[in-house]
Design a protein around this ligand. Structure first.
Ligand code: NA7
Length: 302
């Protein structure tokens, strides 16, 4: 299929490469051109100078950018996708953004005869590189079916949840779990460390008991190595926490534990950890406990 891929960051870059490897005809665009160039170097994808140019003669536009404002930019700016939207064009958006905003973007595209499916992903950087992502999808069934060859090139499973925005609602609920599971894990680790228990011992105990979880298995080895380079940047988890709390307020849902976690992530971002992995929350808790200095990872604010 002819695909325009917009946003070649940590997730989008390997996703675009996997589409090319599966034989699709891919044109990439990224705000910072150097990252699109990396994809071209890796797999020979074409590079476009704007979202509109990338989308002009494609059947499918795949988006994977940071947040709602970034999706708005690639769709609605002067050189955005909407300007070249036409009947038959299908936009698949893997960015984690506001479900309501996504519904509005879908409506704008439908005015031009095009369509949009929200298909946020889970599986982190490793899943993106291995082509083992899990897509959580909202949109029209016939549009979701059209995307099947592309889903299978980048992922291992697709959950079609319902109409537009529903994939995003489910994805936010998933990330809520991840943030809270990691928070419990990190707080337990700091308490144990403060009492003299080594991190490795705690990881072994957790791995042998019902506390075992995918989150801990993924993050444990990074924590042991004190490697807090971003797999999932803390700034993006904080963005998701804001989306969860906004959606909760709009729907009269109270999320007391998440409200506390939001305050901790806000402080972490203010202390320079925005560009580190969200697992660097551990280093802030350690600092508060008087244990170690914050993450040695060089971090850039995002
Ligand atoms: P990254 O690696 O931080 O990549 C974010 C991408 O979004 C990257 O291509 C950015 O371009 C792009 N971006 C950010 N802001 C804009 C604006 N305003 N306009 C256009 N493009 C923009 O994040 P991930 O790949 O880990 O995550 C992507 C999504 O998946 C995100 O929603 C996660 O929550 C899940 P840049 O290279 O900075 O110019």
């Amino acid at each position: 299929m002819k695909v325009a891929f917009l946003g070649t960051g940590i997730m989008g870059g390997p996703m675009a490469v996997n589409l090319v490897k599966a034989g699709h005809d891919v044109t990439v665009w990224n705000r910072t051109a150097a990252k699109a160039q990396l994809v071209q170097d890796a797999c020979g994808a074409r590079v476009a100078i704007s979202p509109a140019e990338a989308a002009a003669d494609c059947q499918i536009v795949w988006i994977c950018v940071s947040d709602t404002a970034a999706v708005e930019r690639v769709l609605l700016a002067e050189d955005g996708v909407l300007g070249v939207a036409r009947p038959g064009l299908l936009v698949a958006d893997s960015s984690t953004i506001s479900p309501v905003a996504s519904q509005n973007f879908a409506a704008r595209l439908r005015e031009r005869g095009a369509d949009l499916v929200d298909c946020p992903v889970t599986g982190s950087k490793r899943g993106a590189e291995a082509g083992e992502l899990i897509f959580i999808v909202g949109g029209k069934q016939e549009s979701i079916e059209r995307l099947e060859p592309l889903f299978s090139a980048m992922g291992q499973r697709v959950f079609a949840i319902g109409g537009n925005g529903m994939g995003l609602v489910a994805k936010l609920a998933m990330n809520l779990n991840i943030a809270l599971i990691f928070q419990g894990f990190a707080e337990g680790l700091v308490l144990a460390e403060k009492g003299g228990v080594r991190v490795r011992q705690m990881l072994e105990i957790i791995g042998a008991t019902m506390l075992r979880s995918g989150v801990v298995e993924y993050k444990g080895p990074f924590i042991e190595r004190r490697d807090f380079t971003a797999n999932f940047p803390l700034a993006l988890m904080l963005k998701d926490i804001h989306l969860m709390l906004d959606f909760a307020r709009e729907n009269r849902v109270k999320l007391p534990a998440l409200e506390t976690v939001e305050e901790i992530y806000t402080v972490a971002a203010e202390e320079g950890l925005a560009g580190a992995d969200y697992a660097a929350i551990l280093t802030l808790l350690e600092k508060w406990a008087g244990l170690r200095s914050p993450a040695p990872t060089p971090v850039e604010a995002r």
